[in-house]
Design a protein around this ligand. Structure first.
Ligand SMILES: *Cc1c(COP(=O)(O)O)cnc(C)c1O
Length: 419
């Protein structure tokens, strides 16, 4: 047994695909200490700098004082504590849906929700770049699974025709993300809604990297595009821009009631700690407030700064086959594997800047050179992204100072030899 794992690990190392944990001795923030060294942190999804915010901490502490630490059991068994209900009311109001339901994580939300929506002989159509949680949820459902090339509406249309023909009378679920987690580009939501309506399919939109970042008061892509009522299932996480932890589903009252009955990761898992729900509620209230909108606009300024800096290099498009040692610097809206540009890329406004290097070891080398320069930027490799599309994933937050962003840009400019 032990030998088996040693061999498997050795194979990972040989392919530069081994992963390791790094210890962080303090809170998340624009600077963190790694192995005794302060680094400017461009690795986290804490887009609004809320993970260590005093409002969230205060809310968590008072809720712990009143409700204790553990939730005791599943919400259907031990009863639902007030912070969870208040959070769900606030989420539904903020997202403009009839109801909301919280899960222990975004991953658990996907794993519980998709199998509650479709079963064997139904069909799930997934964007190629969908997050692992969506893929796993789709697999677990036992439905027939088809993947369409990233944001390729023509291919999705053909899959829909095929599904209607071959699985007549069955349910079809289209699954995609509003802002893609490793590329930072958007789904063409208007086209998706047109297709899903034409074919009578359901649409699940994962807004994990959109909420708190795009749309008025950070309400995400569906609200920004005025398509809130056309997205059947809006998924998201409380763990990124919202700075806390947990996942959620927003949608109709009936959908939420169905999930309370049928989403196994909800029914068979202990409720999230009430202190975390209270912190997430504080985050939603903050983001929905004028001060929260100001914070989001500050994030948009930071995003624009980095985008303008990279654009000033006048680089060409990313190329999936780009394995040169001095790749083009990062840009937004050019997905992996020759992705079609989505319609919204010009004003994408996403905080994710992928710097696609191609080669796995090259990505690790760039990450370690940046770390020596005082920056934490993660190398993202297979299986998180396709083989040969390894990248550095830079995330900008509202908590970064302008000079930190300029310094990162200078470091990358030197490394890519755009002098
Ligand atoms: C992070 C992420 C999730 C999972 O959310 P967690 O709360 O971290 O479990 C789901 N979908 C996407 C697109 C994500 O980026």
């Amino acid at each position: 047994m032990q030998n088996l794992f040693a061999e498997q690990l050795e194979a990972l190392r040989a392919d530069s695909l081994d992963r390791h944990l790094r210890e962080i001795g303090g809170a998340q923030g624009p600077e963190i200490e790694v192995a005794g060294r302060r680094l400017v942190n461009f690795s986290s999804n804490d887009y609004l700098g809320l993970a260590n915010d005093s409002r969230l901490r205060g809310a968590a502490i008072s809720a712990i004082n009143k409700f204790g630490v553990g939730a005791g059991a599943s919400r259907l068994v031990s009863g639902t504590q007030t912070p969870h209900l208040r959070l769900e009311c606030a989420l539904a109001k903020w997202k403009g849906t009839e109801g909301a339901l919280c899960f222990g994580s975004g991953y658990a939300a996907a794993l519980g929700t998709i199998p509650a929506l479709v079963i064997k002989n139904d069909v799930v159509l997934l964007d190629k770049l969908c997050h692992a949680s969506l893929i796993d949820g789709a697999k677990l459902s036992g439905a027939v699974l088809r993947v369409f090339p990233h944001n390729h509406m023509g291919k999705l249309e053909r899959h829909l025709e095929w599904a209607r023909r071959e699985y007549a009378g069955k349910r079809i679920l289209v699954v995609t993300e509003s802002v893609f987690s490793m590329d930072g580009d958007h789904a063409p939501l208007r086209d998706l809604v047109e297709l899903k309506k034409r074919f009578g399919a359901l649409l699940l939109l994962d807004e994990a990297h959109a909420v708190g970042v795009i749309g008025p008061n950070g309400r995400g892509l569906a609200v920004q595009e005025n398509l809130n009522d056309d997205v059947d299932v809006q998924m998201g996480t409380l763990s990124k821009a919202l700075g806390a932890s947990g996942g959620y589903i927003c949608g109709s009252r009936d959908l939420i009631e169905w999930l309370i009955n049928r989403a196994r990761s909800f029914v068979y898992s202990t409720a999230p700690p009430p202190g975390i729900a209270a912190a997430a509620l504080a985050a939603v209230e903050f983001i929905a407030s004028p001060e929260g909108e100001e914070r989001r606009l500050l994030l948009q300024e930071r995003i624009k700064l980095l985008r303008d800096l990279f654009l000033s290099l006048d680089v060409g498009r990313f190329n999936s086959a780009n394995k040169r040692p001095t790749p083009n610097p990062p840009s937004q809206g050019y997905g992996a594997a020759g992705a079609r540009r989505s319609t919204l890329n010009e004003n994408a406004g996403s905080a994710i800047f992928p710097w696609i290097v191609g080669d796995e070891q090259a990505a690790l080398d760039f990450a370690s050179a940046l770390q020596s320069g005082g920056f934490l930027v993660p190398a993202i490799r297979y299986p998180t992204v396709a083989k040969g599309t390894a990248r550095l994933r830079i995330t900008v937050t509202a908590a970064h100072q302008e000079d930190q962003i300029r310094a990162l840009f200078e470091a990358i400019r030197k490394m890519t030899k755009h002098e």
